[in-house]
Design a protein around this ligand. Structure first.
Ligand code: HEC
Length: 209
């Protein structure tokens, strides 16, 4: 009976392993242009813009869930890649290609944080900057729920990850409000706050720099 039980266990283990090996990969690679991540960000951003905080959180939680576990379907790198230039398959700055230059969230934020955007340029870019602010906030919302560690590991603290993600989200909302109100100073302050959150988190959690 013992021998039988053991071979049964081995047999089941073999079946599970076989099914796992044969299962098609559901991982959304950068080859799909980050479609799933992109769509989630736009959806969450729209909810945030409408003031639907619960909806935004729910949508963010759905993606964050896929980013966790031993074999995440969606990698943190794919989410972060959205900060890159549109030409590098990032999300781009705002929804309209080429409306804002440089056309990428990371580069644009750096410039906005350096010096207040001139009034004429703000007039031209306000709509796109508002969109970009909500995109940034959406990425922060997702990141806050997609903590990559289960418990503190040395310098890497769960609490810090969540805080820097939430700082990024708040900075995005501030940036959107500043753009909507055409307040160059508020935009600069928000961009600076966003930049600080990137640097702080990368210093501790990013491996490739
Ligand atoms: C809460 C932590 C956290 C915050 C906040 C954060 N990042 Fe990241 N970022 C990471 C981690 C972790 C990686 C490394 C991901 C990997 O390669 O697995 C990363 C990687 C990146 C990459 C490289 C990904 C690629 O494929 O190009 C870029 C670009 C990036 N981050 C931009 C930003 C910008 C811009 C901000 C701020 C607006 C920001 N990040 C804020 C954690 C964070």
């Amino acid at each position: 009976m013992r021998g039988y039980a053991r071979s049964l266990v081995l047999g089941v283990a073999g079946l599970v392993l076989g099914a796992w090996l044969l299962a098609p990969s559901t991982r959304s690679t950068a080859a799909d242009g980050g479609k799933e991540v992109r769509e989630a960000i736009l959806k969450i951003a729209a909810s945030l813009e409408k003031g639907d905080k619960d909806g935004a959180k729910k949508e963010a939680a759905a993606l964050a869930k896929k980013m966790q576990g031993k074999k995440p379907e969606v990698e943190m790198e794919e989410l972060m890649h959205m900060f890159q230039l549109r030409s590098k398959k990032g999300l781009g700055a705002g929804t309209k290609a080429g409306a804002i230059m440089p056309d990428g969230i990371e580069k644009k934020i750096e410039i906005l944080a350096e010096k207040a955007i001139p009034a004429k340029q703000l007039d031209d870019e306000a709509k796109g900057l508002e969109e970009m602010g909500y995109h940034l906030a959406a990425i922060g919302e997702i990141a806050a729920l997609a903590v990559p560690i289960e418990k503190d590991m040395g310098k890497k603290k769960v609490k810090d990850w969540v805080k820097w993600s939430e700082d990024m989200k708040a900075a995005g909302v501030d940036l959107a409000a500043g753009a909507k109100g055409k307040k160059a100073d508020a935009i600069k302050t928000a961009a600076d706050k966003a930049n600080t959150s990137c640097t702080k988190c990368h210093d501790v959690f990013r491996y490739d720099n």
